[in-house]
Design a protein around this ligand. Sequence first.
Ligand code: NAD
Ligand code: UDP
Length: 312
Amino acid sequence: MKKRILVTGGAGFIGSHLCEKLLNQGNEVICVDNFFSGSKQNVIHLFDNHYFEIIRHDIAFPLYIEVDEIYNLACPASPIYYSIDPIQTTKTSVMGTINMLGLAKRLKIKILQASTSEIYGDPEVHPQPESYCGNVNPIGPRACYDEGKRCAETLFFDYYRQLKIKIKVIRIFNTYGPKMQPDDGRVVSNFIVQALKNKDITIYGDGSQSRSFCYIDDLVEGMIKMMNSGDDFVGPVNLGNPKEFSILELAKKIIKLTNSKSKIIYEVLPDNDPKQRQPNINLAKKQLKWKPKIELDEGLKKTISYFKRILS
Ligand code: NAD
Ligand code: UDP
């Protein structure tokens, strides 16, 4: 059955892939975005589709529309963008989430929250299961994002318990792929752009910190599976690729795959930068029958092709 689906943050990296997939599955999609960290360019190829609409709107203000389902993704996700205006970042996660939950309440519809592995902070438990409550500095430079997202989860669960709203909460781990902004400062896009330009590859710290990288198509599949799973399973559920790499390993891989002449240089590690991050995805495997399929090398090749195209 064709649904009319609202995707907030639909012009961002993940949102634009999600909009495309939902349209391909025969749905109508309304993308709401204020273009703070996303761009029309990400969804311009969807403009000819009569079932796609785009609205410029800041979700920190109420929104009155009629839809059947909401994916709430609006929020800058890269440290560079979310630190430009940390107060707005918290407002988006807190006031924006209240507005979207209010919309779900009025329409009696299901709403999915794109939460993040950042709610685990700099984890003392490794890999991180959903039951781990996290280690977050509430007053640090990443707090606007981490605590904003934690509060959004709190709101989701209070609306669920108190008002019986149908909720779904996913915790997304580092995701990469085409349509990341070349200047958003995230590690995969930074390294690929630097490598393609034969510029120095900037490792922050000694490169021993680790991350686990999930290719965008795998993530989008998991998000839709979560939305379509039974109402009893509300999450939170980790979505990510459990294969862990050090940042130095990633840099070497990207240099090799791009045949780059770049040298690796070492810069200061930002404050509160998590030392390690790896999802435990047993819950997603069990409840959603989901696990990522795309290996890092394969995903990096696709991402490198994209950046080659946009930088040429
Ligand atoms: P992104 O910055 O590319 O996309 C976010 C989108 O939200 C942008 O288009 C931006 O303009 C829009 N936006 C920001 N504030 C808004 C507001 N107040 N009103 C309306 N639109 C607003 O980031 P992304 O990587 O696509 O991330 C999407 C979501 O997934 C975010 O909520 C992020 O926290 C979450 N997430 C992403 C990752 C990742 O690795 N990319 C990891 C964990 C969680
Ligand atoms: N990083 C790096 N060089 C860069 C960009 C990032 O060494 O040019 C490091 C960063 O310090 C962090 C890791 O790569 O340890 C992942 O950073 P990103 O911002 O992509 O994601 P997050 O820290 O939010 O997981």
